[in-house]
Design a protein. Structure first.
Length: 183
């Protein structure tokens, strides 16, 4: 069986209630469509990779039965998670969807899982600033952590104020860094 190419679409924050409901953080602009009842997702690891059963080396398909918005995210019910005891095992895990079931990002957009490894360049001069090594989804938006060519680690918000252009093909992000960030 060929493994599906997947993207992380949600991260489980915690169990909710006693019936196996999961509080999730959406990592997509379309959670109500991608995580709609009747859709399938795959179990992911804590770092966002596709989880494979150690014995069969097959991914675990999960089936969405209910989704509802709440103040700080979404509450999701999966057919395979029946109670709180099972739900507690899911803290921090990612849920993934096959790429061929997702709409392509618009011009200048990128799937979050594609950010790691992209090169940051200066929007004005084109000089290499560093390589994205991690991203964090904060209430204010994504924060990119990057390593400079000198080995220092810094971060920049992935927002219009600092990001001028995203080139998925070239795997480059043109940014305008805040004054003194790398000093």
């Amino acid at each position: 069986m060929a493994l599906p190419d997947c993207a992380s679409v949600a991260r489980v924050r915690r169990p909710h209630g006693v019936r196996g409901e999961l509080a999730v953080e959406a990592l997509t602009d379309e959670p109500d469509a991608i995580l709609a009842p009747g859709r399938r997702v795959f179990q992911g690891t804590h770092d966002g990779a596709l989880w494979l059963d150690p014995k069969t080396r097959a991914p675990r398909e999960l089936h969405v039965t209910h989704l509802r918005p709440v103040k700080d995210g979404w509450l999701l019910t999966l057919a395979e998670v029946a109670d709180r005891t099972e739900a507690e095992k899911w803290n921090g895990r990612h849920l993934l969807a096959p790429l061929d079931e997702l709409s392509e990002p618009d011009e200048g957009e990128v799937f979050a899982h594609e950010l790691v490894g992209m090169t940051l360049v200066d929007a004005e001069g084109g000089a290499v600033i560093g390589e994205v090594i991690e991203f964090y989804d904060l209430p204010q938006g994504l924060l990119l952590e990057f390593r400079t060519p000198a080995g220092a680690v810094a971060s920049v918000p992935f927002v219009e104020e600092f990001v001028e252009d995203v080139d998925r093909e070239a795997r480059r992000i043109a940014v305008r860094l805040p004054e003194g960030l790398l000093d």
